[in-house]
Design a protein around this ligand. Structure first.
Ligand code: RAT
Ligand code: ZN
Length: 450
């Protein structure tokens, strides 16, 4: 907490917005730019998890998890989906695309989404912002020149460089324990994530999305479990979660859930609800760990697009409400994918102090929607939510995701401070910095550490 001294309090009386709204806007934008972000949710990894593009360092690992560089930026699954809008599968069958090398895929996307039409979608614009902030000139339109620049970087040092440009102080990973590639890396090298720049998060979707399939895997891994929840299965499920929470040093645990996901209350006997009630939430309560639920992703509506083939569906906020009420000793982070769910979710957060709303996720991580959602959340929740996470999959994306979001969040804050300044309540610079710190760091830290 930033202390507001007497002098600052005095300044607050004639305040930064009282006489001059331009000054207020400048102070807010500076505070937002200068506040380091603890990124709540990414899919990024340190170089110790291997990288398919080693730049100036030795030893590329084709299945490595640290993604970075211009070819990865261009082949982000958002852009794969977009290129199939303009070069449809009847012209380029999906399997032909997936057989191409990463470089060929990037060439294809560059040609069709950047050169043959203007790159004005948010995901395309993000590549340009990133290049520009790295000191490259998007006006060159010189993909091979950009490639040469990236090839001269050392992946580990590049993490520092990107974090500095994006002003990100800590990156939260998503450690998917049901992903064979990732699981093997943890098992063969327990220190793989000993890097203070990164924090671990245990991600275990199949346990709640498809218990019978998850139980089979648990059994193979030495945690005997059956399709129905007998005592042994419950114990195995709990032991599995505890072991992996310890292994990844999870700061919280997370799942993504489909639009159809429901929790109907204590009499709900469906297997997913029983798993939630008897395995998942008791372990997190015992460990005092919050649980992040990302709700509304309908997976693989077009499986040929792989990661780009998921879409959005309307979810059920009342199921979250029931969990918050029935499990007051658990803490829930929640984000939803459908625009139509955002208002009800923010209202739910007004009712439960154990619910922390976060981020504008995936298909709502677009300027017009970030603006709308952030305004609405401020009006309902004041400063008591986490406005954004990056969801970056490619390290360099931290730069544009945070640049774009900072600008939008600052715009909202300027308007909201101006509204209260009109009453005579003019915030001091210290108060503005305090609020900005809540948004970009403190709310997350406080909710984690309750
Ligand atoms: O936003 C994304 O990149 C999605 O592909 C998902 O990773 C989603 O964020 C998730 O965490 O499931
Ligand atoms: Zn994600």
């Amino acid at each position: 907490m930033i202390a507001v001294d007497k002098q600052a309090a005095g300044k607050a009386r004639d305040g930064v917005g009282g006489r001059n709204l331009d000054t207020l806007a400048a102070v807010v934008r500076k505070a937002v730019r200068e506040q380091p972000v603890w990124d709540f949710h990414t899919h990024l990894y340190p170089a110790t998890f291997g990288t398919p593009f080693s730049g100036s360092a030795k030893g590329a690992d084709p299945a490595g998890l640290m993604l970075w560089g211009v070819d990865e930026l261009l082949t982000y699954h958002y852009l794969v989906a977009e290129v199939y809008r303009v070069v449809p599968a009847r012209s380029l069958p999906y399997d032909a695309f997936w057989r191409m090398s990463k470089r060929e895929q990037a060439d294809h996307i560059w040609k069709h989404l950047f050169l043959e039409r203007s790159p004005i979608s948010e995901a395309c614009r993000g590549v340009l912002t990133t290049l520009e902030r790295l000191g490259l000139d998007p006006a060159d339109r010189d993909l091979d020149g950009y490639r040469r620049w990236f090839a001269a970087q050392d992946p580990d040092a590049y993490i520092d460089r990107v974090m500095e440009i994006a002003n990100v102080s800590r990156i939260t990973m998503t450690n998917a324990v049901f992903d064979d590639n990732e699981r093997q890396r943890w098992l063969s090298r327990p220190q793989v994530a000993d890097d203070s720049r990164f924090a671990g998060v245990l991600r275990f979707d199949p346990i709640l999305r498809d218990w019978p399939a998850a139980a089979k895997r648990l059994t193979e891994w030495g945690y005997p479990a059956g399709e129905s929840l007998d005592v042994k299965s419950v114990e195995s499920g709990k032991r599995f979660l505890r072991d992996w929470i310890d292994r990844v040093k999870a700061i919280y645990c997370a799942v993504s859930l489909p639009p159809e996901w429901r929790y109907e209350g204590e009499d709900d006997q469906r297997i997913g609800s029983q798993v939630m009630r008897r395995i998942v939430l008791p372990v997190f309560a015992e460990r005092d760990l919050p649980f992040a639920m990302m709700i509304g992703s309908r997976l693989r509506v077009n499986p040929e697009l792989r990661d780009g083939g998921d879409m959005v569906g309307l979810a059920d906020v009342q199921s979250v409400v029931r969990l918050c009420r029935e499990f007051p000793n658990n803490r829930f982070f929640c984000t939803m994918l459908a625009r139509e769910n955002q208002h009800e979710l923010a209202v739910a957060a007004r009712k439960f102090g154990n619910l922390m709303v976060f981020g504008c996720w995936w298909f709502v991580n677009n300027p017009s929607l970030i603006d709308e959602i952030t305004r609405m959340r401020v009006e309902l929740l004041g400063t008591s939510f986490i406005p954004q996470h990056s969801d970056a999959r490619v390290l360099d994306q931290l730069i544009y995701k945070w640049d774009h979001s900072r600008e939008l969040i600052a715009n909202v804050l300027v308007d909201k401070y101006a509204d209260i300044a009109a009453t005579g309540w003019t915030p001091s610079e210290e108060e503005i910095r305090r609020d900005v710190r809540l948004f970009f760091h403190q709310n997350m830290e406080d909710f984690l550490g309750d």
